[in-house]
Design a binder for this molecule. Structure first.
Ligand code: 13P
Ligand code: SF4
Length: 307
């Protein structure tokens, strides 16, 4: 089966738009109508005229698209494509946590479930998080959830003392500082850049910290030749295409000494075959109960207005 041809045919037939995150495999990024970071993808989902949104990403992203476009069919190639960070924050425990910190404004990173979004005042992404934190009046205490690493980074960047939920991403917590320093010995002129979901000791040695789009722009505009990149390795597809003459190296991980491929196991559940099948069958779809959707929409809209 020629998946490229079939997916293109189905796109027309079903008036579908394919939105893909930078962590998707190269073949999926290449067939997508739009490839972006979490903020850009949610803006696309809010503005599209398509009847069907095909979300090549993980569950919370497709769920966000459904919250923003309830009348559209939203399909995800693999319903099991979750997120360790979103899973680290169950709604019942988070509601109790909120009870323990009455009077706090809740800012949640978009990598969370619809239930957590409904319990939040604002959503943020890695590209607008500083702006959202800064928008909360200085004398108002803040809970930041679910990513403690992004939370610590924001405390440092904004000077705000926030209460942090203890969640994290399995990919971004796997970078080895020793191996990164070893790589520096091999490439002494390399520039080390990182996503803010990485741990504090990794971010401390980074010359630039930013969202996936931020990292892409940094490499494009920087004068250097060699970059060590601490985020999911799918980003290297576009980064290398944008910068064919630059040397891009995925930051090494803790466990496997030979592995330079920091792949998110959830993002990589999506394949061209599953992409084709979800469009053909219009399944699996994302469905959200109305009341939950309306509550979650408020916190996402407050983010989009500020962005
Ligand atoms: P951004 O693309 O918004 O930087 O998010 C990274 C991420 O981990 C998505 O799951
Ligand atoms: Fe979640 Fe981490 Fe995968 Fe992003 S990279 S989807 S935060 S598990």
């Amino acid at each position: 089966m020629d998946y490229i041809q079939e997916i293109r045919r189905l796109k027309k037939e079903k008036n579908a738009v394919i939105l893909a995150h930078y962590y998707q495999t190269g073949d999926i990024q290449d067939i997508a109508d739009y490839v972006g970071d979490s903020l850009q993808l949610s803006q696309q989902a809010a503005g599209t005229d398509a009847d069907m949104i095909v979300f090549a990403g993980v569950h919370f992203m497709a769920e966000t698209a459904k919250i923003l476009s309830p009348d559209k069919t939203v399909v995800l190639p693999d319903l099991e494509a979750g997120c360790s960070l979103a899973d680290s924050c169950p709604a019942v425990s988070f509601a109790e946590f909120k009870e323990q910190h009455k009077g706090h404004v809740v800012i949640s990173y978009i990598n969370c479930s619809a239930e957590i979004k409904a319990l939040s005042d604002y959503i943020c992404t890695s590209s607008n998080a500083v702006k959202i934190v800064d928008a909360v009046p200085k004398d108002t205490p803040i809970i930041f959830a679910p990513d403690k690493n992004l939370g610590k980074y924001l405390i440092q960047e904004t000077g705000r003392d926030m209460v942090l939920w203890d969640g994290s991403c399995l990919v971004h917590e796997s970078f080895s500082i020793d191996k990164i320093l070893d790589l520096y010995k091999q490439y002494p002129d390399a520039h080390f850049i990182a996503h803010p979901e990485a741990e504090e000791h990794i971010l401390k040695i980074a010359e630039f910290v930013g969202s996936t789009t931020g990292l892409l722009n940094y490499v494009k505009n920087a004068a250097g030749k060699t970059f060590i990149v601490a985020t999911e390795s799918g980003i290297l597809h576009k980064m290398q295409r944008d910068n064919p003459d630059k040397i891009l190296i995925a930051a090494p991980m803790l466990e496997d000494s030979t592995c330079a491929c920091n792949e998110c196991p959830y993002m990589k559940m999506n394949t061209m075959e599953k992409l084709y099948l979800c469009m053909k069958n219009e399944s699996p779809t994302i469905e959200i109960e109305d009341k939950l959707r309306e509550k979650a929409l408020g916190s996402i809209n407050r983010m989009l207005q500020l962005s």
